[in-house]
Design a binder for this molecule. Sequence first.
Ligand SMILES: [Fe+2]
Ligand SMILES: [Fe+2]
Length: 431
Amino acid sequence: MERFSPAWAESWKQALNDSSSYRFTARKWKGPLVLRVLGSVNWWLDLEAGQCNGVRSVSGEEAGQAETVLAASASDWNRVLDGELAPLVAIMQGVIKLEKGSMIRLSRFSKAASDMMDLAMRLEAPAPAAGPDPRFAPQPLPDPVVHTSFRTTSAGLDQDSLPMQLYHKAKKLGVWDPMDIDLRADRADWVRLAPDEQDVLMRLLAMFQAGEEAVTLDLLPLIRVVAREGRIEEEMYLTTFLFEEAKHTELFRRVFDEVVMRRDDLSGYHTPSYRNLFYEALPTALSRLDTDASPAAQLQASATYNMVVEGTLAETGYHAFYSVLESRGIMPGVTEGIRLLQRDESRHIAYGIHLITRLVRANPSLMGVLQSTMTDLLPVASATISELFAHYDPMPFGLKEEDFLQYAMDQFGKRMRRIELATTLDQSVAE
Ligand SMILES: [Fe+2]
Ligand SMILES: [Fe+2]
């Protein structure tokens, strides 16, 4: 059956209506969606609560009346339909253009979009056989119970490698002491804030506090895998990484002790999506490395830790702090701490991009693991932001949900493009 033909579109509609998974993931979607194949056809899908009530080809003018319009060339749609690119990732990278509609709304339906594309793919190819993909089979840790050689007494350290560059930077920039930050003016500013202003800052602080503790607690299995693989340069850098996370944990606790002056249980500030990410997804992905050191497990861990938690959510959190504190010129100690902490985090994220790129270069099919991790977790990240905003009406400090969701998506998109570029460049060099 020819892709994008009327028969193909009709079979797709049938497949959507027969799919219990799609019925569930798209149960809250309302409104027509147009898929434009540039220079060819516009498919109008009448979608309503997990059902497709009709699919028809429409003119460009009529297509513009749909609430959501996605456009791409046939070859780019084929990349998605061939499973090379997850739909949400393709949209964020601009491969599929969102001509009309809300990115934020789409990001909440990434599972439904993924189901739609899976069903379209299966129109042509039978569903893969059930059972685990052997390429992603679990692997125990390599076991050098004895060492057979040492890098520093053979080839020497690879000083040009990114991990060594990050390590040298960390020795200079990552040694600031949270105890040196003067928080006295912050306390004076804090008591002058209105109760709802204090509440929103407390919520942000409580999210960061537990988040820093979680990344401190959860990093170790990754360091262990890297060490077992004999990657001394990466391990040297990771020693600074964990030290820095510990200091970030310390810094936020100082803010609670000396500025907010609260020692009660703050977990009420952790919303369901926050808990999903920090109480479950992050420790699960990282602790998996204790028993499964496969490249797929490493990639899932790094994507969760470096791309979603650090690269998307934490970056958006700093943006929130700066928006509030710098615009009002208040709490100079916290502002300074956030600036120092963000500089450390930029190295952490750079390491994550390095690790993911290294893994994907060695095995390009792992790009699929990266995309499925993102498809699972990006909606949770955006829901975490939305749940924060849902507690306030009006939102103090004039913060706008749409701005922050867009900021989060931009941060993520930027890093994905770096990974795509790095892996593509390497392949063309290798060819
Ligand atoms: Fe941190
Ligand atoms: Fe970090």
